[in-house]
Design a protein around this ligand. Structure first.
Ligand code: PEP
Ligand code: MN
Length: 351
C-alpha cells in the first residue's frame, strides 16, 4: 500500500501516520520529495484495507499495490485454472486448458418435448453442455417465471439422455440446495452478480459456477464477485462476458466487451466464456460476436438456441435456429484450430 501525503502535511501528521502503521505491526518507509511525501507500507494489505486510511490527517491518496481479488488474481495463481463440468466420466467438459466449451440450449425449459427436441439438435450440432432456465429472473413479474423444480427435472433427464452436463440459473439462496441436486453447473445471472448472499451460498458447494457479468459491472466488480465464491472454498468459477449496458440499445442492445475477455485473461487465472446471445439480442449479430469472443481468448461460447423461436416463452427473438447454430459451431471450431496452430507456431519461435 502506498500513501501519498498532502503537500502541506505537517511533521506531526507524518509521525502520526507512521505510528498508526507501525501499531499494526507493519513496516513504513517514508520518502520525502520536493513536492510530495510518500509512505510505502510493507505487510498484509488486507489489514490496511479495513482501515479508513484516507481519514488520517495529511493523507491525500491511498494506492493499493495488490488487487483486492487475491484468490481470483493471476498474480496469486499464475497457471490458468481449468473447471470441469459434469460428474459422469464419459461426459465431462473442460472450461479452460485450451478446450473451447460449447454451451447451448433454450433460454427457458418450457416442457419435456421442447427440451428433448432442442437438446437433440444442439447435441447433433456439437454442443457439449445443455442450458435451460428453470428459474427465470424476468423484468416483469407477469412474464413467464420458469417451471421451477419440474424444469430442473426435465433438464436433468434430457441432459442425461444426450450425455450432456447441464447448466441452469439459480436466483435465490434458498434454492441453491435444490438446483445443486439437479445441475452440473449453477449459473449466477447478470441481475444477481452482486447478490452476495447467493454468491456465498454457491461458494459453500463444490459445484462449478457460471458467473455472468452484471449489466453495469466493471471487470474488477466481476472479479470481486468471483472472490466471494472462491473465498467460501469453491474453486470452480467460470466467468462470462454477456455485454454491459451501453447507450445504443436499439442497434446493439448491450456493449459486448470483448476487450474485457482479453483483460480478464491478464488479470485472472479463471476461465472466461462469452454469451453473445444476451449481449446482442439479435440472431444476425450473434455469430460474428461469438467468433470475436473466441478470437479474444474466450474459453467457451454460450448460445441460446430454439427450434420454434416464435413459440418460445422467453428470449425467442434472440434464439438461433438449430441449423444456424450448427453452422456457427463449424466456424468456431475452424477459428479455434487456426488460433491453436498459430499459438503453437509462436511458442515454437520463442523456444
Ligand atoms: C439467461 O442466461 O437466460 C440470462 C437471463 O442471462 P443474463 O443473466 O446474462 O441476462
Ligand atoms: Mn435468455
Amino acid at each position: 500500500m502506498i500513501l501519498i501525503l498532502k503537500s502541506n502535511v505537517t511533521d506531526e501528521q507524518v509521525q502520526h501516520v507512521l505510528d498508526r502503521v507501525e501499531s499494526l505491526g507493519l513496516k513504513a518507509h517514508l520518502s520525502r520529495g520536493t513536492y510530495r511525501t510518500i509512505v510505502g507500507i510493507i505487510g498484509d494489505e488486507e489489514k490496511l484495507r479495513a482501515l479508513p486510511l484516507h481519514a488520517l490527517p495529511g493523507v491525500l491518496d491511498v494506492i493499493p499495490v495488490l488487487p483486492p481479488y487475491k484468490l481470483a488474481s493471476r498474480e496469486a495463481h499464475p497457471r490458468s485454472s481449468v473447471v470441469e463440468v459434469g460428474s459422469a466420466e464419459d461426459c465431462r467438459v473442460k472450461c479452460g486448458g485450451g478446450h473451447l466449451a460449447l454451451i447451448a440450449g433454450p433460454c427457458a425449459v418450457e416442457g419435456w418435448d421442447q427440451m428433448q427436441r432442442i437438446g437433440r439438435a444442439v447435441k447433433q450440432a456439437g454442443a457439449e453442455i445443455l442450458r435451460g432456465g428453470a428459474f427465470k429472473p424476468r423484468t416483469s413479474p407477469y412474464s413467464f417465471q420458469g417451471l421451477g423444480e419440474d424444469g430442473l427435472k426435465i433438464l436433468r433427464d434430457v441432459g442425461g439422455e444426450h450425455q450432456m452436463p447441464v447448466v441452469t440459473e439459480v436466483t435465490d439462496p434458498r434454492c441453491v440446495e435444490m438446483v445443486d441436486k439437479y445441475a452440473d453447473m449453477m449459473q449466477i445471472g447478470a441481475r444477481n452478480m452482486q447478490n452476495f448472499v447467493l454468491l456465498t451460498e454457491v461458494g459453500k458447494t463444490d459445484k462449478p459456477v457460471l458467473l455472468k457479468r452484471g449489466m453495469s459491472a466493471t471487470v474488477a466488480d466481476l472479479l470481486m464477485s468471483a472472490e466471494y465464491v472462491l473465498s467460501q472454498g469453491n474453486p470452480n468459477v467460470v466467468l462470462c462476458e454477456r455485454g454491459v449496458r451501453g447507450f445504443d440499445a436499439k442497434v446493439t442492445r448491450n456493449l459486448y466487451d470483448v476487450a474485457a475477455v482479453a483483460a480478464v485473461k491478464q488479470l485472472s487465472h479463471l476461465p472466461i466464456i462469452v454469451d453473445p446471445s444476451h449481449a446482442t439480442g439479435q440472431p444476425a449479430l450473434i455469430p460474428p460476436c461469438a467468433l470475436a469472443g473466441v478470437a479474444a481468448g474466450a474459453d467457451g461460447v454460450h448460445i441460446e438456441v430454439h427450434d420454434r423461436p416464435e413459440e418460445a416463452k422467453s428470449d425467442g427473438a434472440q434464439a438461433l435456429l438449430p441449423d444456424q447454430y450448427a453452422k456457427l459451431v463449424i466456424q468456431i471450431r475452424q477459428l479455434a484450430t487456426l488460433l491453436t496452430d498459430s499459438n503453437a507456431v509462436d511458442e515454437g519461435a520463442t523456444q
